[in-house]
Design a protein around this ligand. Sequence first.
Ligand code: C5P
Length: 403
Amino acid sequence: MSVLSGRKILLGVTGGIAAYKTAFLVRLFIKAGAQVKVILTPAAKAFVTPLTLSTLSKNEVFSSFTKDDDENGLWNNHVELGLWADLMLVAPATANTLSKMATGNSDNFLLATYLSAKCPVYFAPAMDLDMFKHPSTKENFNTLISFGNVMIPATSGELASGLSGAGRMAEPEDILRFIEDDIAEKLPLKNKKILITAGPTYEAIDPVRFIGNHSSGKMGFELAAEAYAAGAEVILISGPTHLENPNDGIKLIRVQSAQEMYDATLENFDDMDVAIASAAVSDYRPKQAASQKIKKNNENLQLELVRNPDILATLGTKKKHQILVGFALETQNEEENALGKLEQKNLDFIVLNSLNDTGAGFRSETNKIKILYKDGRQKTFGVKSKKEVARDIIEEINLLLHE
Ligand code: C5P
């Protein structure tokens, strides 16, 4: 899967002949799973139509400060659009637009949005060879690079003027690959290995019945997806759940019982940089699982339960360089209990979610967490989707890894 999957790309198209190639570029971004919004400068409209790009991007195309040059005061919000984007690409980037970007000129909608954007910005120059060679153009490239913008090098070849030389916009496939490689290279958890336990465990009573719990596994699967998106190598060890692997790049090991989860976790732990235990592991299991289905009779049935190993506590005794994160789901004396576990299990931080909070818990789509650190720091978060909560937790881990 492309690193662009799910990312929001703002494509700024300026008035050069290579603008016609942006139709292919938009298609490639969409195929890679990105969301795309396009801004055209007034001059770009002569080279490629808004209709082409809105059809391909499945989004409205912007080209001025007002809606269809509306005179009733309806405006396009460049600030909102700039903040919407995860990345902005200006392609083709003409000498004119590059010089304006370099000097903070904002006399069209694309430029105003560029100035408002906080995301990484890429630009793919396209111009005739003498313009490309001109010292002022070169200086503008350097200025833009010094601002943190990333230049996608132009190539050499036949130019629209009939001359041949440097200044051709990189081909759409090469632009896509350039951006994918650049993002992959800069992902915060690149080269980090993260193990995550998720879901419930099933403890067999007999071949038909088990002791389990209501955990859906969603939190752990979202954590795996976010860690993977941040560039980590991820092993997800999950008890029984209907959830599918969020990404084929994640190594998913499916297990049933606490003992199986323990074995799979311990087998992989030494190599890891981080382990997050989000599984709802059964504390007890039947001493002996019956080999045949237990028949009912008129007597009461007694099951003898024995303790399961505490996976996370075991990791706590084995940890060397690893960051260890646990979850606590409490109904009373929440903080006190969570802090107790933080210490007993030798964790770096524990994520507390309380069943008393609305929007938190097992089957809900949302969660509300508080993070308690071993050094006493605490962070409280609002009710968020489990995906956003996962992102917050991965961000905390990222901060710890780079401390
Ligand atoms: O002690 P408690 O079960 O409340 O601790 C919760 C934390 O410990 C969770 O992170 C859970 O995944 C982990 N745990 C474990 N193995 C167990 C019990 C809990 O890894 N047997």
